[in-house]
Design a protein around this ligand. Sequence first.
Ligand code: ADP
Length: 351
Amino acid sequence: MAGLSDDLRLLADSLVVGVIRLDLELVVRYANPAAHVFAGRPPGTLIGRSLMEAFIDRRIEELAETAGPSGVATGELTLRSAEGLSLVVRARRTADGQVTWLTLEDVSELRRLQRIRSEFVDNLSHELRTPLTNVSLLAETLVRESEAAGEQIPARMRDRINKIEVETGHLVQMVSELLDLARIESGRPMLLLDRVDLGRLAAASVDRLRLFAERQGVQLVVDLPSAGVPPVSGAEERLGQVIINLVHNAVKFSPDGGEVTIRVEDRAPEIVVSVEDRGIGIPRGSQDRVFERFYKVDRARVRGGGTGLGLSIARHVVEGHGGRIWVVSEEGRGSNFSFALPVADPQGTPG
Ligand code: ADP
């Protein structure tokens, strides 16, 4: 009746993954000991029960129903039982549709560790942010003062002060990316309530990086349509961070004396923002991968380091706004990172 040979039953009985075999009516015909543990039921008591009776949770049944003939369905859910187990449930139905196999994997410990890791990163970045912001402001002041003092300060010392300012800029950027990552991982939804003028935002973001670019010997050029661009709906601060990440990278990967152009275009029904540099470029094979978390093309060639998070955060934010982000690049010639966002509905409620 269970449809399991003795051999297979022995194997299934020893698994820590829950295994359940359901008939056409989604009634349990076999369940291994792990499945009983997850359901919080004594051994052998699941057979003959419906999934709803077994787990007192509609979602597992819904998942099993979703898997059509030869189909597969996967979902993660937290049981409302005392332990609150997080389970990844996979349903797979046979080609004749008669039998559905369910596997249940307990990922509670993994999720707990991920939560601890993100809380740790969040707390640490918060702690680092205040002293770093102060150091960064002090470094900026030092640069200004040493420039004003001119020849009174030896050139070598001025050069060192400039370097401190640049490196502090990298640290501030890294901490801000780690904080962004923690916010994204916390799963809090992004509120798209602002009406954002991307032209104005691009100009403001570029202004924030002007000093940093100057120190790297890179010139920033902003190219905006004179008539301005229609607004997009979004989270202004997040979109500003995207532009900053892209410009920061473009400067970081540009040679001394390089130029970075930030362009905003009205390409109805979208607004396109692009950041173009004539820096080291990205090899073809890496161009899709640069948007992955922690991915770096080549650790050795970076000046100033980085977390490898900036572009994955940028992609997350842009896609969260219903937009797209992409790169066109040629090694040795430069890169052009662009993102497109839909123009806000004129009838839409402004933020
Ligand atoms: P980070 O810059 O902190 O390393 P990012 O996610 O911003 O992380 O970028 C990932 C990788 O993509 C970088 O390490 C670099 O190898 C590559 N990259 C990003 N922007 C550029 C660019 N403008 N020119 C060349 N390479 C780039």
